[in-house]
Design a binder for this molecule. Structure first.
Ligand SMILES: NC(=O)c1ccc[n+]([C@@H]2O[C@H](COP(=O)([O-])OP(=O)(O)OC[C@H]3O[C@@H](n4cnc5c(N)ncnc54)[C@H](OP(=O)(O)O)[C@@H]3O)[C@@H](O)[C@H]2O)c1
Length: 332
């Protein structure tokens, strides 16, 4: 038996509990991992609360991320004792996830954890931080270097936004943090943002084109925020879009694309190919300031995850949440 958060459905009603699960109930996979830490991402909060159609089959263990130690392996790349991290691949949606003491997954989904990162910090990074790095790499692959001018980050005080802010500032960019929480201005400056912009500036009526301001941007919001952002991107600028915190729609015009040569790059972390994941994790290990990462991380006890999921969606969580899973003394 092991402990897991389990999402179940009965008469169309979602029931979530932290309970014992029998070893035999765990789905198939060629690697069994003792989970040390998991985390709470936006998608996990949608799954646990039932606010979004994240869970594809029931019962489901949520948790799109985990870091842990291999307990058993029939996969050629992993052996017992290896430290590993998993992000996405439908885990916590279609396959049992990381908010459990044990996870059985395909070894093809696992990444060896770089030596420089301990398991707690791996989850402080989590899907949000790894996605932030995918966005940064996408901007650079599309020619946005620090000399091109200011870059903007929406949802800056959230998980993706906080990590993106510190990564871009660390690479020498002039970062504008766009936030709905004026009270987080000092926090965002401590992460390296030079300018703070009120999100309200990007929620008004969308014009096809606005004054050219940012050379590049990372957007977690979608909706009107992304539409207004696109209208304010400089000639041949680039936006990496990864989220929908403001909505799924995009009430924009083609003007930024056909008159300013703006590029909109879509970022998906879930099915991202392994080589790009390895690159992102290697870059994170190399350049993410771990002390800064600690300042943007809070810990939530395994027993408190279900309750915390609701406040998460209200947009009141700052930075990243880590969830210790293994009992004290077993965290490495
Ligand atoms: N594509 C992918 O692979 C991928 C991977 C990870 C995350 N995501 C998506 O990216 C988004 C952010 O994830 P996260 O983990 O950073 O979540 P998060 O920690 O909850 O951060 C989201 C932030 O968005 C801002 N926000 C909230 N409501 C908003 C609204 N109505 N309009 C505009 N901004 C709003 C808030 O920041 P401020 O208070 O600073 O404004 C909030 O902190 C989510 O939609 C998530 O699903 C996608």
């Amino acid at each position: 038996m092991f402990d897991a958060i389990v999402i179940d459905k009965s008469d169309d009603q979602q029931i979530v509990s932290l309970r014992h699960v029998a070893d035999g109930e765990i789905p198939e996979g060629d690697v069994l991992v003792d989970v040390a830490y998991s985390t709470l991402n936006y998608k996990d909060a949608l799954a646990i609360t039932g606010a979004g159609p994240v869970v594809r089959s029931f019962p489901m263990v949520p948790g799109i991320d985990f870091a842990g130690v291999v307990a058993e392996s029939a996969h050629p790349d992993f052996k017992p004792g290896d430290r590993v991290v998993l992000n996405g691949w439908g885990v916590g949606e279609k396959h049992w996830g990381g908010l459990a003491r044990r996870a059985r997954v395909s070894g093809d989904w696992l990444i060896p954890l770089p030596d420089a990162i301990d398991m707690r910090r791996a989850m402080a990074i989590g899907t949000a931080g790894y996605t932030a790095m995918l966005c940064v790499l996408a901007l650079e692959r599309n020619g946005i270097t620090p000399d091109k001018g200011e870059v903007a980050i929406t949802g800056a005080a959230g998980g993706v936004g906080s990590v993106a802010t510190t990564l871009l500032a660390g690479r020498g960019y002039d970062v504008t943090a766009i936030t709905g929480r004026a009270g987080e201005a000092d926090y965002l400056k401590s992460l390296g943002a030079r300018t703070i912009v009120d999100r309200a500036e990007l929620t008004g009526k969308v014009r096809p084109l606005a004054k050219e301001r940012w050379a590049g941007a990372i957007d977690v919001a979608g909706g009107t925020v992304l539409a207004n952002l696109l209208a304010s991107i400089r000639y041949r600028g680039v936006v990496a879009a990864c989220g929908l915190a403001a909505g799924m729609d995009l009430p924009a015009s083609v003007a930024p694309f056909i008159l300013r040569g703006v590029t909109l790059v879509g970022i998906d972390s879930v099915m991202c190919p392994r080589e790009e994941r390895l690159e992102a994790w290697q870059q994170l290990a190399k350049e993410l300031d771990l002390q800064t990462l600690d300042t943007l991380t809070v810990e939530v006890a395994f027993e408190d995850v279900i309750e915390t999921a609701s406040s998460f969606l209200a947009g009141s969580v700052r930075g990243r949440i880590v969830v210790p899973i293994a009992p004290c003394g077993e965290h490495r």
